[in-house]
Design a protein around this ligand. Sequence first.
Ligand code: ATP
Ligand code: MG
Length: 297
Amino acid sequence: MKKHQFDASRFRVKEGDTIDLSKISTKGSKEELTKSQSTTALSDDNEFLAEAQERLYAEGNRALLIILQGMDAAGKDGTIRHVMHGINPQGCRVHSFGPPNKEELAHHFLWRPMPYLPARGMISIFNRSYYEETLVVRVHPELLIPQKLPAVKSLEASELQDLWKSRYREIKYFERTLADNGTTVLKFFLHVSRDEQKSRLLERLVNPDKAWKFNPRDIEERKRWSDYKTAFEDTISATSTKDAPWFIIPADDKWYARAAIADIIASELESLDLKFPEVGKEQLLRFGEYIKELQRD
Ligand code: ATP
Ligand code: MG
């Protein structure tokens, strides 16, 4: 049994909870790990995850889907780099969700993630996801225009309440079918403060090595902070389920967020009790024959 440094239940949003993000700290609690303890915990978890991924692949009947969401510069990319460090790239794939293309817009919003879902034995990480459809699209309802939804008659916020509700419901059913089919779905919200986002965006502007990450849109979106906060609160409250829980991760300290997420994924994989397929008696006898044959060669 692995020793876990973080109590995953502290971050997990229980089904039916109503989330108020202003009441949840963006910093890890002081009594918890120091930065150096976190680094050690992360590298232990990296080792554990690498082995667990091999078992998942060898067993070949279950899968893992990790979803990362957060405001701009919340640290999604760095989390993927550090948490998946050491995992065999053959068993893992990352898909980033930008604005949908024409074909995607012409389909139901849950058509889009289908090709990127993890096959049995595999891990998929979504950097942003179909959840953008109740986040950025809610903050910018004009994004609904090219979707040509028959149910949308007006873009007034009050007229769109039913649409978001039906999207939450559809997402819940969708994730339920994934879970029923053997896919563990873990959703992480990287919770950063507005001040921390400001300093990360400034860093992109003043550090030439980070300038490539700067997108003027980030400045525009930052002005809509409180609309995003509401969209996240409603989305997380409505879609955290036993099958597919949300975890709200304090993310002002990158080292804390990375260690916490790795530890939660490790503990969820541990609870799956993944085993290498057993070699049966008959098969072992045949192995004996193969060994003799190879030795004679
Ligand atoms: P960072 O967090 O480092 O700023 P990023 O995730 O914003 O990185 P980008 O490639 O710059 O990465 O942005 C992706 C953009 O695609 C986001 O602004 C996001 O809101 C947008 N997007 C994703 N899905 C949708 C969608 N369904 N409809 C419209 N926009 C979307
Ligand atoms: Mg961005």
